[in-house]
Design a protein around this ligand. Structure first.
Ligand code: NDP
Ligand code: GDR
Length: 361
């Protein structure tokens, strides 16, 4: 039985990857942070009671800022594969907490690689690094490939750039099987609520049911290449099963704007949006009722923005036979229908006197 460690197991990708590896017969060890509340919602369906015999799913307390803890877990598990998904992953938050973001996202990666080296596991343990399309930032060519020069535009992206290169360096210096997956945005019903897609699908569902008045957004013109997280974690596993380690761009090759995303999500609940104005004054109205349901709030603008990202996944297709299976429309539809169900539960609570307070983040 192969053993894998997943850092960031409580996140969106961690949950999908854990499920995938368990289905493949792996023993899965997840690293989760200590929190004052349970923070395992996304993986509760996989949880196994510590008193059960023959478990194949284990959770360890840990943090990417704590080398001794990481080294102890790696030593104890002796993993065949480590998937480093843990990160302060929010680009806007990285402007608020740049030092912490660098500690976790850049040095955290180094700490794990050093752990592999110190424990003499260079020939045993394969390493996957969650690299990102944010590395391309101010894009130098379109579409972006593995050869496109990097130009990071946030403390998050700069930290991830260090992580990218330290992976390449440890591969070349010590022969570790280590890979960068340069993943473009990928979403799902498990996406964190403060990323733009999930923020939109939640708000549109709540607006439809009369639980929310308005959706406040930042840059409506930003364009992204959005895929489904399920397709992308399959690729993470595939990258560690090859003869030689390599780095790959993972994307759909199709691009939409934030405004497009709002329109398509709204159509799912039979709302047509009529847009008026430009820039910070742009507003979206429900074409049927005439009510304003979308507004631009400059609070959500970033000090330096990544305006457009579009990936070319040809290398992954040719070398690994990977193609995304879930189209954009299906992704939006799945996200809206899941959020609509949850909004219906909130409405039921509200009608019985237990209103869930609205959050705009
Ligand atoms: P999430 O934000 O959903 O999950 C991040 C995970 O990292 C959570 O489990 C979080 O724990 C954990 N984490 C954060 N800080 C620490 C820390 N100091 N020590 C240990 N664990 C920590 O991200 P995604 O699942 O969306 O993304 C996974 C990885 O892929 C991230 O590294 C992200 O930067 C990268 N990426 C994501 C893309 C995307 O579009 N989703 C695209 C390209 C790259 P907790 O639950 O306690 O907060
Ligand atoms: P991103 O994702 O920064 O690409 O990082 P996010 O969904 O946060 O933003 C995408 C684009 O939408 C614009 N935007 C808004 N964003 C948020 N969060 N909230 C808003 O209200 C809003 N309005 C407009 C943003 O300015 C941006 O242009 C994600 C993360 O998962 C990273 O960890 C990962 O590396 C990259 O994707 C690839």
């Amino acid at each position: 039985m192969k053993k894998a460690i997943i850092t960031g197991i409580t996140g969106q990708d961690g949950a999908y990857l854990a499920e995938l590896l368990l289905n493949k017969g792996y023993e899965v060890h997840g690293i989760k942070r200590r929190a004052s509340l349970f923070n395992t919602d996304r993986i509760d369906h996989l949880y196994q009671d510590p008193h059960e015999q023959n478990r194949n799913f284990f959770l360890h307390y840990g943090d990417l800022t704590d080398s001794t803890n990481l080294i102890r877990i790696i030593q104890q598990v002796q993993p065949d594969e480590i998937y480093n998904l843990a990160a302060q992953s929010h680009v806007a938050v990285s402007f608020e907490s740049p030092e912490y973001t660098a500690d976790v996202d850049a040095l955290g990666t180094l700490r794990i690689l050093e752990g592999i080296r110190l424990l003499g596991l260079e020939k045993k343990t394969r390493f996957y690094q969650a690299s990102t399309s944010e590395l391309f930032g101010e894009v130098q060519e379109t579409p972006q490939t593995e050869k496109t020069p990097f130009y990071p535009r946030s403390p998050y992206a700069v930290a991830k750039m260090y992580a990218y290169w330290i992976v390449v360096n440890y591969r070349e210096a010590y022969g570790i099987y280590a890979c960068n997956g340069i993943l473009f945005n990928h979403e799902s019903p498990l996406r964190g609520e403060t990323f733009v897609t999930r923020k939109i699908t939640r708000a549109i569902s709540r607006i439809k049911l009369g639980l929310q008045e308005c959706l406040y957004l930042g840059n409506l013109d930003a364009k992204r290449d959005w895929g489904h997280a399920k397709d992308y974690v399959a690729m993470q596993w595939l990258m560690l099963q090859q003869e030689e380690p390599d780095d790959f761009v993972i994307a759909t090759g199709v691009q939409y704007s934030v405004r497009d995303f709002v329109n398509i999500a709204a159509k799912e609940v039979e709302i047509d949006i009529h847009w008026q104005g430009t820039g910070v004054d742009e507003k979206g109205y429900d074409a049927k009722t005439g009510k304003q349901i979308v507004a631009v709030d400059p609070t959500y603008f970033r000090p330096t923005e990544v305006e457009t990202l579009l990936g070319d996944p040809s290398k992954a297709k040719e070398k690994l036979g990977w193609v995304p299976h879930i189209p954009f429309g299906e992704l939006v539809s799945e996200m809206v229908s899941t959020d609509l169900e949850s909004a219906k539960r909130d409405l039921l609570c509200k009608n019985n006197g237990f209103e869930v307070k609205e959050r705009h983040e």
